[in-house]
Design a binder for this molecule. Structure first.
Ligand code: TRP
Length: 471
């Protein structure tokens, strides 16, 4: 059997894992959800959940992945009798996420091109139209949406074809640090806009009112966002863990991933929310508006230099999105590559599987792209015969998001905690962590969380989500 090739360095692993975590969830999702859910109150709940759930599930996923050295499906089959099937859910969900992720990633490429157009006063720029008009026109043009989504998915496939160390590790090791630098530049611009202070106050001045009004709602949104942002509950960290060197510390790496991801989310908040407050009193309400309309207005208001900022910014968002989408595709590809190796097939099958899995994911992607955020009117609610649909049923993007981020991820993460806490026992994770020669200092904390605190919080998050969606 050929040797399974993993990451070359800890830095490379970290950049790939951070790259998976940092993506549209941070830059698009976090500011939106924070905006729509009470600012500071949301931030507080988010941070608590990141420590008590995110970190714990991250350690668990990395540990079981590294222990088996296999993809998500095989890992669950080896680890558990009762939860064998969980790996299938963890591999099915990346298809759903990819479907809308690639479409939104495509929008970022479109906006990058748009700003290039502005720089050269070309016809493919904004042509003096407002952010809302530009976005509205774009949403009325499904063909364009499909073209940009296809470009995005092709880039994803190409990088995954390059393999874990050659493709993913290389790409992320350059992309992630570049992203951090570019974000700082945009933050400085955004926070020095007149009126930006209101946005900063909204983010950081303690205000607990939103919690009194709708605690469960804020908890559910923060919980879903946290899982999505950290790439948990979908087999990504199991897969990346399976490529992690046995000598490396799982607990430390998990901590670094959680901290970086949270920092980037906060930085994105700082880049987007103050600008939204400065330019558009309604800007804090969230939705796709913030990333594609509000920020474009910021860039337009800055003249020629704005076009340069715009190009840099949308380029970095595209980059962040690609380092995430490759991790989603890799979950599927790893499974098939391992399967082929087990069956003793020789030769490199990775390229073939990358293309096949990418094409399969593209089917749903085209549906989302053609839908243009619900503009076509042929949405799930129509097919299901629901009148007055809630948002999840009014467009395909929200529908797939509801299924994956809303239900499958918290459910998958909760069941994994129950498996670790009650079936195989938390000592399995401890043994794997300590194999690298590190003492697992947080073992007691991990054990209490994985058995009691995390699953209970997950039930609350899940209940809150279901209530938001259906009741
Ligand atoms: N974490 C990414 C983001 O914030 C999205 C993502 C990548 C993801 N891989 C994932 C979400 C796996 C859930 C599961 O944009």
């Amino acid at each position: 059997m050929e040797e399974r090739k993993g990451f070359k360095s800890t830095f490379g692993f970290l950049m790939a894992a951070v790259g998976s975590a940092v993506g549209l969830g941070n830059i698009w999702g976090f500011p939106n959800k924070m905006g729509a859910n009470g600012g500071f109150a949301f931030l507080l709940i988010y941070l608590v959940l990141a420590v008590l759930c995110g970190y714990i599930v991250m350690v668990g996923e990395l540990a079981i992945g590294r222990k088996t050295g296999k993809g998500a499906i095989a890992t669950y089959q080896i680890m558990s009798r009762k939860f064998k099937w969980l790996g299938w859910m963890a591999t099915a969900s990346p298809f759903l996420i990819l479907s809308f992720y690639c479409v939104l990633g495509g929008y970022c490429i479109k906006y990058m091109v748009l700003n290039v157009g502005n720089l050269f006063n070309a016809a493919f720029g904004t042509n003096g139209l407002s952010g809302a008009e530009v976005f509205g026109n774009f949403m009325g043009n499904p063909t364009e949406g499909v073209i940009f989504a296809v470009i995005f998915v092709l880039l994803t496939i190409l990088i995954v074809m390059g393999g874990v160390s050659g493709g993913i590790e290389k790409f992320c090791s350059v992309g992630m640090p570049a992203l951090a630098v570019m974000l700082v530049i945009i933050i400085i611009r955004s926070c020095t806009l007149p009126g930006a202070v209101e946005g900063l106050k909204f983010m950081f001045v303690p205000n607990f009112e939103p919690l009194k009004e709708n605690f469960l709602g804020v908890l559910a949104t923060a919980g879903g966002q946290m899982f999505f942002s950290l790439s948990l509950g979908m087999g990504v960290m199991i897969t990346y863990g399976s490529y992690l060197d046995k000598k490396k510390s799982i607990t430390q790496n998990a901590l670094v991933i959680v901290i970086f991801d949270t920092l980037v989310a906060l930085m994105a908040g700082l880049a987007v929310l103050p600008a939204a407050f400065a330019l558009d009193p309604d800007g804090s309400k969230g939705g796709p508006k913030l990333l594609y309309i509000t920020l474009q207005n910021v860039f337009d208001s800055m003249g020629t230099i704005g076009a340069v900022f715009g190009i840099i910014f949308y380029f970095l968002v595209t980059l962040a999105a690609i380092t995430s989408s490759i991790s989603l595709l890799e979950v599927i590809v790893t499974h098939f590559v391992d399967k082929a190796a087990e069956k003793g097939k020789t030769g490199d099958k990775r390229k073939v599987y990358s293309v096949l899995a990418g094409l399969a994911a593209s089917v749903l992607m085209v549906l989302v792209a053609v839908d243009c955020l619900g503009s076509t009117g042929i949405h799930p609610a129509v097919l299901l015969g629901i009148e007055n649909p809630k948002t999840w049923a009014a467009d395909w993007l929200d529908f797939f998001d509801m299924l994956s981020e809303g239900i499958m991820m918290p459910l998958g993460a909760m069941l994994m905690c129950i498996m670790i806490g009650w079936e195989i026992g938390p000592e399995v994770v401890r043994d794997e962590v300590e194999r690298s020669g590190f003492k697992m200092k947080i073992y007691t904390f991990f054990k209490i969380c994985v058995r009691f605190i995390t699953p209970v919080l997950m039930v609350l998050v899940l209940y809150g989500q279901i209530k938001e969606f259906f009741l």
